[in-house]
Ligand binder design. Structure first.
Ligand SMILES: NC(=O)c1ccc[n+]([C@@H]2O[C@H](COP(=O)([O-])OP(=O)(O)OC[C@H]3O[C@@H](n4cnc5c(N)ncnc54)[C@H](O)[C@@H]3O)[C@@H](O)[C@H]2O)c1
Length: 268
């Protein structure tokens, strides 16, 4: 029996680094026929797609894409769906973290993060849905975050954006599963990507390879909400099962971040 990713056509956004690059590489390694890699950083996109093309000739398709621009996302999805007449996977992954105290969060920052983390995912999802409905299959995988599942102090903007992505993805699953569509949202805590450049990654952080391997295993099982790593799953259980203890923990994190910021100018 052919593997779940074998001979498939996929779109990945934020594909030039970190999780998006890991997802692209893993799709190719698992036999995907074509991976359309969208990113707005041209130099990184060219470098990484050329590297992957040497390993997987003819299956790598870089498309310079800013996910905050609807017409560019439509162009990316159209390029993939017209390539071989089917669109099997869309990974709406491009996004950015944000840890800031309230007094520093301007409305421009709110808008920037919502445009990127929420509208970028909405553009990809709602452009792919009609194509997948028409063909009667397809799997959309959105990148959430543990910050969208749980309240995390000093991450109000980020939590709001990822919470929206998680609830939207879950709602669509129940609405469209009878038409052959599948949805997943994966919610990592700390994965050692560029977001930790110049910082010491937390001890429970995992590598991109570890994260992607787990995510793919769960996508194949068509799991709707994927939480990783193990420490984040425990945190998520605590939130749902023992709110009082979770509240104490969240207040402790808030106090630590406040103190770190006051003394070191950084939260970590
Ligand atoms: N690394 C973590 O610990 C972690 C945890 C939770 C969630 N996430 C989420 O994972 C996703 C990927 O993050 P990452 O950690 O791999 O970061 P990363 O910075 O390594 O990769 C993000 C990629 O997205 C691209 N990008 C940024 N804005 C874009 C835009 N407007 N259009 C197209 N591409 C754009 C960047 O150029 C970059 O290549 C994000 O949605 C992030 O919120 C990451």
């Amino acid at each position: 029996m052919a593997g779940y990713f074998e001979n498939k056509v996929a779109v990945v956004t934020g594909a030039a680094s970190g999780l998006g690059l890991g997802i692209s590489e893993n799709l190719l390694a698992k036999g995907a026929r074509a991976v359309f890699m969208g990113d707005l950083k041209e130099e990184n996109l060219n470098r990484e797609s050329e590297r992957l093309n040497e390993q997987f000739p003819g299956r790598v398709h870089p498309v310079l894409t800013d996910v905050t621009k609807l017409e560019q996302v439509q162009g990316l999805i159209e390029a993939a769906s017209s390539f071989d007449g089917h669109l099997d996977f869309v990974f709406n992954n491009a996004g950015m973290g944000m840890t800031l105290p309230t007094e520093q969060i301007t409305f421009d920052i709110w808008k920037f993060i919502i445009d990127l983390n929420v509208m970028g995912v909405i553009y990809g999802t709602y452009t792919a849905i009609p194509v997948m409905r028409e063909q009667g299959f397809g799997h959309i995988v959105n990148t959430g975050s543990v910050a969208g599942l749980l309240p995390i102090p000093y991450q109000a903007v980020y939590a709001a954006s990822k919470g929206a992505v998680i609830r939207m993805t879950e709602s669509l699953q129940y609405e469209l599963e009878t038409e052959g569509l599948n949805f997943s949202v994966f919610c990592p805590s700390n994965v050692r990507t560029g977001i930790f450049d110049g910082l010491t990654p937390p001890p429970d952080s995992i590598s991109v390879d570890e994260a992607v391997e787990y995510v793919f295993q769960e996508i194949e099982k068509k799991k709707l909400v994927i939480v990783l790593p193990e420490s984040a799953r425990k945190f998520d259980d605590l939130f749902r099962e023992n709110r009082e203890e979770f509240d104490r923990f969240a207040r402790q994190i808030a106090a630590e971040r406040r103190e770190n910021y006051r003394t070191k100018g950084t939260y970590y």
